[in-house]
Design a protein around this ligand. Structure first.
Ligand SMILES: Nc1nc2c(ncn2[C@@H]2O[C@H](COP(=O)(O)OP(=O)(O)OP(=O)(O)O)[C@@H](O)[C@H]2O)c(=O)[nH]1
Ligand SMILES: [Mg+2]
Length: 222
């Protein structure tokens, strides 16, 4: 009888576990964000912003939601250590790409890195959220401006690459792997969710976590 009740209890309290990677350039605010998530969802608060330094490697955390546990992997964003990101791609269920919406000087570097993430074959079917952080700052770009900036960067890139690529892509449509991947990335961008947040003040954090909570469960059902 004990085992039966124990089994029933375990079944009823069982939680699905999902892993979320948080990536983006150095200084975007990823660690500040994860520590804020811990403070908002866990009984023990996360690290205070003034105690946080650049991440070398990973910073982890988990939160408990109804019937679900989310495990977060916040990865260092400095150029030399970005190569570790892809080691996490096979094991994760969702990706949050954090950008510093106040740092216009690094936007094109941001888009180059983000574009690679969008095109990464192992992430093509995973929920991907673009989070425009530092919305508390008066100089930050809004979500609409971030979308526009990425569209403009994409247009200028295809212009820079010349119309050759476009001509090839219309002639050889569907033949080359990179062309297919480019189309998939375009579709992905069209349906991409972009949200604003302030890791420092905590605005937009619940919305982002709710988004993850719903999307990882829906992705599992598909
Ligand atoms: N104004 C403002 N500043 C922020 C916000 N989030 C983070 N910062 C600041 O941005 C700087 C970098 O924050 P981190 O969280 O260390 O950035 P990171 O993305 O983890 O950087 P790496 O670990 O090097 O990849 C710190 O000075 C933070 O206080 C925010 O929402 N608003
Ligand atoms: Mg960090």
């Amino acid at each position: 009888m004990y085992h039966l009740l124990r089994g029933l209890h375990d079944y009823l309290t069982r939680k699905d576990e999902y892993s979320v990677v948080i990536i983006g350039l150095d200084n975007a605010g990823k660690t500040t964000m994860l520590e804020k998530i811990k403070t908002m969802y866990n009984p023990t608060p996360g690290m205070a912003p003034d105690k946080i330094g650049p991440t070398v490697g990973q910073n982890i955390g988990k939160i408990s939601l109804p019937s679900t546990t989310l495990h977060f992997y916040d990865l260092g964003g400095q150029r030399d250590i970005r190569s570790i990101w892809e080691k996490y791609y096979d094991e994760c269920h969702a990706v949050v790409f954090v950008l510093d919406a106040t740092d216009q000087a690094r936007l094109s570097e941001t888009w180059e890195v983000f574009d690679e993430v969008l095109n990464s074959p192992r992430l093509l079917n995973l929920p991907l959220l673009l989070l425009a952080n530092k919305q508390d700052s008066p100089t930050s770009l809004s979500v609409a401006e971030i979308r526009e900036a990425f569209d403009a960067w994409q247009r200028s890139r295809s212009h820079r690459n010349g119309d050759d690529e476009n001509q090839i892509s219309s002639k050889d449509k569907g033949k080359g792997k990179s062309i297919n991947q480019g189309e998939e990335a375009d579709e992905r961008m069209a349906s991409l969710d972009v949200m604003g947040a302030s890791a420092l003040e905590g605005t937009g954090i619940r919305e982002a976590v709710n988004w993850l909570y719903i999307r990882v469960q829906n992705a599992r059902k598909m």
